[in-house]
Design a protein around this ligand. Structure first.
Ligand code: SF4
Length: 961
């Protein structure tokens, strides 16, 4: 087998270097032409010959292990495995003569003899490749030549997602290979040899005790019933399920998924092999985190608060309950306890109430006393309508969404430097980079499919430089890991550029031809010598020099960053510095280079593109520009406001001060996601009208006056735009689980008409057409064109193929602009009273405010509660043991939470994921804002930790250790 792989590798190499010519050969008496380097199987498939396979899987190297694909090659003494035998000139091949069929029958009979043949109840019945093959070869059980062994090895169902049945395993090795070659995990492998061989996990332990991240790639690759989904067991036969191709609702990677449903229930999710980004792969959330869709907690009818004055009392009840649950498990998120505070209402009653209140508030206090929060979870069409509603129907630019909390500084910074505030390059280009500078992104947990591209690049020889205070998983494959003091990013980037300039490693031609403002920038950089930077950041001069040299000398260096860069009071400065670094080395406008911010939620890019921001219309057109405003006024037939509106945190502040009277929230949950939650709660309670439109009674909805039931991604049509600017279809897989719940676009349309501004769209497709007409970067996009892999903007007209990478010959703004950026300390630094730095973020098994992922049974079982990561040395000093309950206090509040002792955080730094309402990190965070982007400083605030003297119990199964 090893020899065959060797041959294959040589052929692949020769093909790549174009050393092999086209050849002619004969298959089953037909002359065919093969491309150099193809295997017999590849050629046969191309010309429509049916050669069965079991171990062969297109995504991994051929193994030739199962021998089912054997063919006869004339003048060869033995049959050959077609999957790993190179096609050669003048070969004469027989794919299905009697000798070949005899051999295949023998192979399949041997497999069946040692296979648990329980097809009657096997989950893979109807899609089992062994079953199909036995049928095709006419193998009858009672005529088999080998005695069946009835294997009876124990199942592994130790985890909530995957059932491993070794009795059905045919040892094809596909699962082992995809784990190693596609997911780069290598968690599963073969144990023992020959007849005794079996597939096992880790050091021969159940999956739950191994390092398995439950991506489910192995299930997708398994040709039989040895690996199946636990969640879909006995929920429907394969032929009974409806398949709908749509887009994952979690992160910004934008994986294409196949949703399988039966009787209006989503039964399972598979990765779409045609997915432009994921090519069939998914992470644990995308594959297994779907049971929130049919959750019993879903909002079913509009709700109206019974009495206004119950709002404060309600919150108290919820908090008290939460405290009780804190020591036992995640809080009971069943909304039934909250329901009595609301009464059910008809749509007419609820919408009439909202419309009349909005009109009353508008006439009393003016349109700017009303604000709206749009949603990165909703579709492009819904975000477009939401901002149109606020601007045209209400008459205010007070519209924003959670991009303000994650990448507002990216939009501001990259727009200033390049003219476009988005990823410059595409995800598929990452694998071809030769240097990747990754900073402020825990990619394997937050953008798992993009992490695969990074690992692929490293495997092919790229150097990975990680600059991050935490020791993330990718550090295991990094060339360099530099741990800066949190909040000192401008300093280390200026330091790298100082070295690049002083060692003459910069791209003079690119700077001269394509950029401006270089001299002003250079003057500032002079001060940031390696010695000075070491004092600020804690990064050694040696390491900084090495990082600068490796990055600057690369042919194709790409910068990838996420919220570790953006969520600072200097977020815009940090982003400008990444742009400076890329321009200085000529790493923009070329394949596999650029500055690539990884956007957080599924549609945060789209929500920004379509104008759910207080200063721009769709397409980033300034609301203050009169001629642009006129265009929108003519299109929307409404007079539009001319001054910038309020941002997320400013809305909360204005509510607290009594200046904002009404807030309309679509699909956001500021009571968990925003900084300084006590302040948020006070602001929301101070409103005269709070409307929340969502799929669950979230922590925010519990404070609302009116709650409107929306539908999930699986129950609606539309589009999402992923982090690489790719606009992809969202397709309805099931009918709304409550006949009274409505898609967000429909709710906004109904309300807008009641307010007096008519919206009457037959479907999201027509909304897309209107959006495209007003948004030049979406100009050529329509639903007909989105039936394939999607289109990446800019896509100005219907003949345009979309844009893979930006700024090829010119920057969007003309010349790339250098900015002279000076280092400024974070707004709040540790001191004697609060000696630790708190940094917050996300983790693999949960998503955003947890409203969806925490209602997924499996994800909740794997990680039921929050934790604070503390370094061993800080824990020792404080006398804290693993899994002990501790109190974390900042100047804004305190939470009780479990201690997770690990080496991921350095001394003096602690980390808390923000998904958990009952131990909400944002009770502690600092609402200080970046002055340009108005993004809060989630990544740095000062805290102290003390013991709680409470009982100790086991921590979350999947806490990073
Ligand atoms: Fe969904 Fe992101 Fe996971 Fe892909 S990587 S499956 S988009 S959560």
């Amino acid at each position: 087998m090893r020899r065959q792989i060797g041959v294959y590798t040589v052929i692949e190499h020769l093909r790549r270097v174009n050393k092999l010519d086209e050849i002619e050969l004969t298959i089953d008496d037909k002359k065919v032409k093969a491309k150099a380097g193809q295997t017999i199987l590849q050629v046969a498939k191309e010309f429509g010959f049916d050669i069965p396979t079991l171990c062969y899987y297109e995504k991994v190297k051929p193994q030739g292990a199962c021998r089912v694909c054997v063919v006869e090659v004339e003048n060869r003494p033995t049959l050959v495995a077609s999957c790993c035998t190179p096609a050669e000139k003048d070969m004469v091949i027989h794919t299905s003569n009697e000798r070949v069929l005899r051999s295949r029958r023998m192979t399949v009979e041997l497999l069946l003899a040692n296979h648990k043949n329980d097809c009657l109840t096997c989950e893979s019945n109807g899609k089992c490749e062994l079953q199909d093959l036995a049928y095709k070869l006419g193998i009858e059980r009672d005529k088999m030549r080998f005695e069946a062994t009835s294997p009876n090895k124990p199942l592994d169902d130790s985890n909530p997602f995957i059932i491993r049945d070794p009795n059905k395993c045919i040892l094809c090795g596909r699962c082992v290979q995809v784990c190693e070659e596609v997911q780069f995990k290598g968690v599963i492998g073969f144990a023992k040899r020959g007849y005794e061989a079996y597939v096992t996990a880790g050091a021969d332990v159940p999956l739950s005790e191994s390092m398995c991240a439950y991506c489910g790639e192995c299930i997708q690759a398994c040709p039989v019933g040895a690996l199946t989904e636990k969640l879909s067991k006995f929920k429907g036969r394969n032929w009974e399920l409806n398949k709908t191709t749509t887009t994952c609702p979690y992160c910004g990677c934008g994986c294409e998924i196949e949703v399988y449903s039966k009787d209006n229930n989503v039964v399972k999710v598979m990765g779409s092999e045609k997915g432009a980004v994921n090519k069939g792969s998914l992470c644990v959330k995308g594959r297994f985190g779907f049971d929130f869709i049919n959750s019993k907690d879903r909002l079913k009818r509009p709700l109206i608060r019974q009495k206004k004055d119950v709002r404060s009392q309600k919150t108290k009840v919820r908090r008290d309950q939460t405290q009780e649950h804190q020591n036992t498990r995640a809080p009971d998120r069943n909304n039934s306890t909250a329901a009595p505070l609301f009464r059910e209402a008809s749509w007419d009653e609820a919408l009439d109430l909202i419309a009349s209140k909005l009109k009353e508030i508008k006439s009393k206090f003016g349109p700017d006393s009303i604000a709206g929060l749009s949603s990165a979870k909703c579709t492009n069409e819904e975000n477009y309508l939401m901002q149109k509603f606020m601007r045209a129907a209400i008459g205010t630019n007070n519209i924003d969404h959670c991009a303000r909390l994650c990448h507002a500084s990216t939009v501001a910074g990259l727009a200033s430097a390049f003219g476009s505030g988005a990823m410059t390059n595409s995800i598929s280009e990452i694998a071809q980079a030769d240097v990747i500078l990754l900073t402020g992104s825990n990619t394997t947990e937050n953008h798992p499919i993009i992490a695969l591209e990074i690992k692929k690049a490293v495997k092919d020889g790229a150097k990975l430089i990680i600059i991050d205070p935490r020791s993330i998983e990718l550090c295991e494959v990094a060339h360099l890991h530099l741990r800066q003091r949190p909040g000192t990013d401008v300093a280390w980037m200026n330091g790298m550029m100082n070295i690049i300039l002083s060692e003459e490693l910069w791209d003079k031609e690119f700077v001269k031809e394509r950029c401006e403002n270089f001299e002003e920038f250079r003057k500032v950089i002079e001060k940031y010598t390696p010695d000075y930077v070491e004092k600020i950041t804690g990064i050694s001069q040696k390491d900084l020099k090495e990082a600068a040299r490796v990055y600057a000398k690369a042919q194709r260096a790409t910068i990838i960053y996420s919220m570790g860069i953006t969520q600072h009071t200097t977020g815009t400065d940090n982003v400008l510095s990444t742009a400076n670094l890329a321009m200085l080395t000529g790493n923009v406008g070329k394949e596999s280079t650029g500055v690539n911010p990884l956007r957080g939620q599924n549609n945060v890019q789209g929500a920004c593109d379509l104008g759910a921001l207080p200063n721009v219309f769709p397409g980033y057109k300034k609301v203050t520009d009169e001629s642009i405003r006129k265009t929108f006024e003519e299109a929307w037939k409404a007079s539009l406001p001319s001054k910038d509106g309020l941002t997320v945190v400013e809305m909360i502040n204005a509510a607290g001060e009594g200046k904002l009277k009404a807030l309309y929230i679509m699909g956001e949950n500021p009571m968990v996601s925003d900084p300084d939650l006590k302040h948020v709660e006070e602001g929301l309670k101070n409103l005269e009208l709070l409307v929340v439109q969502d799929i669950f009674l979230t922590e925010t909805a519990q404070l609302a006056d009116v709650v409107l039931p929306a539908v999930s991604f699986a129950e609606r049509d539309g589009t999402f735009t992923n982090t690489e600017r790719r606009v992809q279809r969202v397709r309805k897989a099931i009918e709304p689980i409550s006949s009274e719940a409505l898609p967000d676009w429909k709710i906004i349309s109904l309300l807008s008409s009641k307010v007096g501004y008519k919206m009457d769209y037959p479907s999201p497709s027509e909304i897309m057409d209107e959006m495209a007409a007003l948004t030049p970067i979406y100009g050529g996009i329509n639903y007909k064109r989105l039936n394939g892999p999607g289109l990446s903007w800019p896509c100005p007209d219907t003949s345009h193929p979309g844009t893979k990478f930006l700024h090829k010959d010119n920057f969007t703004r003309g010349k790339g602009k250098f900015h002279a950026v000076k280092f400024i300390e974070p707004a709040e630094l540790p001191d004697e009273e609060f000696p630790l730095i708190l940094t917050t973020g996300r983790m693999l098994y949960h998503w955003h405010t947890g409203s969806m992922s925490r209602r997924s049974k499996g994800l909740d079982e794997i990680c039921p509660e929050g934790y604070v990561e503390i370094s061993a040395s800080d824990a020792n000093r404080l006398g804290i043991s693993a899994d002990e309950m501790v109190k974390v206090t900042s100047r804004r509040g305190e939470i009780k939470i479990k201690a997770n002792l690990n080496n991921r955080v350095p001394k003096g730094v602690v980390f808390i994921p923000f998904h958990f309402a009952e131990s909400a990190a944002n009770v502690l965070t600092n609402p200080a804002l970046d002055p340009v982007a108005k993004i809060p400083e989630f990544k740095v605030c000062a805290v102290k930790i003390s013991k709680v003297y409470n009982r100790i119990r086991g921590g979350g199964k999947r806490w990073p250790r």
